[in-house]
Write a protein that binds this ligand. Structure first.
Ligand code: FES
Length: 95
């Protein structure tokens, strides 16, 4: 499967986090807390069509997104998005 970051298709595997795909490809998503919902340095903006298909963010993720200065309506944290086959070609951009 693939995910699309800023228009570039990147290889991804079901079961891995979107954050891990970004890291493997050298994208500037720090993910400082490695998924503990304590940093928000893994902030991505999800394509609007895809945003509606993702499982809703948990309250803890929403709380972190409230602290992100450039958050948008379709912002998510890449450490919280676990890829499954139905998310093939998930499209996101970096803020
Ligand atoms: S890696 Fe820290 S909140 Fe996602």
């Amino acid at each position: 499967m693939k995910v699309i970051f800023d228009g570039d298709e990147l290889a991804a595997r079901a079961g891995e986090r979107l954050l891990d795909v970004a890291r493997r490809n050298g994208l500037p998503l720090e993910g400082t807390c490695n998924g503990d919902l304590a940093c928000a340095t893994c902030h991505v903006i999800v394509d609007a069509d895809w945003f509606a298909k993702l499982p809703a963010a948990r309250e803890e993720e929403e709380d972190m997104l409230d602290l992100v200065a450039d958050a948008r309506r379709t912002s998510r944290l890449a450490c919280q998005i676990v890829l499954t086959p139905e998310f093939d070609k998930l499209s996101v951009s970096l803020p």
